[in-house]
Design a binder for this molecule. Structure first.
Ligand code: FE
Ligand code: FE
Ligand code: ZN
Length: 284
């Protein structure tokens, strides 16, 4: 199944968001697990949840992705920051799992000076206190652009986290095209090589989501600024090449381009039109 959607606001309710997914001719969505910059979350109402579940079932949604807050830093050496991150991870894994959401993605974190190894150890411990091993949800590590002391801009760093935890089977990877490009993985001229490397280090079977974004910043810049599809340094052709790559078929795609729902609907339409043109529709 070809699964595509975009990051969406849940401000009007989960059920409304799911309705909008259908209107956009998408079949999945990414939502924040809670307020992206604060610590608060609102509890979903009973009616809202029931409607949400029935819409996603009726329209055969693919895996839904929740995104943890940006403020969370599970690599931090600062006690308060770390405790907060641990608390949010534990709560949101449980909350999103209870909702039947398939995947929860988070930014591994920034070590802010203590070094990659010590930062990684913090991330591993943080994940271990949050994951029971009994949940259905998979926690995804996002590939990062590597700004400042960010951990996760190489496949090796992500591998170290995954292999360090007690329940690696509950950990997957979310590949962000903008982030890997700015981290120095050449998906424009060497997608196959990048996928080979991903497969060798992390295993393509652990790739559970693709964030499809163009990049305002140049290759290897380690700067993270998303552009709309075709209006950045990666370009339309390379991004459509990611969508159409046979090794990536069936992996859900989420747009995080700087657009609202209307703009995302257009991007989804453009992608489908182009990819259906490249590949037989029977594949999807
Ligand atoms: Fe992200
Ligand atoms: Fe992303
Ligand atoms: Zn980004």
């Amino acid at each position: 199944m070809f699964v595509i959607g975009s990051h969406m606001s849940v401000a009007k309710g989960l059920d409304k968001t799911a309705e909008n997914v259908v209107k956009m001719q998408a079949n999945t969505m990414q939502i924040f697990s809670r307020n992206p910059r604060g610590s608060s979350y609102k509890t979903y109402g009973e009616v809202e949840m029931t409607r949400f579940q029935s819409i996603r079932k009726e329209y055969c949604f693919g895996p839904i992705l929740a995104h943890a807050p940006y403020t969370l830093n599970l690599a931090s050496a600062n006690e308060k920051t770390y405790e907060f991150a641990c608390m949010v991870m534990k709560e949101d894994i449980a909350r999103m799992d209870a909702l039947g959401i398939e995947n929860l993605v988070f930014h591994p974190g920034s070590h802010t000076g203590i070094g990659v190894q010590a930062g990684t150890l913090n991330i591993v411990k943080g994940l271990n206190q949050a994951i029971t091993g009994k949940e259905q949800i998979t926690v995804l590590l996002e590939t990062m652009s590597g700004k400042g002391t960010e951990i996760g801009s190489t496949f090796e760093e992500l591998k170290a986290i995954r292999e360090g935890v007690n329940h690696p089977e509950r950990i997957g990877i979310c590949l962000d095209t903008c982030h890997v490009f700015s981290a120095g993985y050449d998906i424009v001229n060497g997608l196959e090589e990048v996928l080979d490397e991903f497969d060798k280090i992390l295993g393509l079977e652990n790739l559970k989501a693709i964030h499809l974004n163009d990049s305002m910043m140049p290759f290897g810049s380690h700067k993270d600024r998303h552009a709309t599809i075709g209006n950045g340094e990666i370009g339309k052709e390379a991004l459509l090449g990611v969508v159409a790559n046979p090794r990536l078929l069936g992996i859900p795609i989420y747009l995080e381009t700087p657009l609202e729902d209307d703009g995302h609907r257009e991007e989804i339409r453009m992608i489908k039109e182009n990819v259906y043109g490249i590949y037989n529709t029977a594949l999807f």
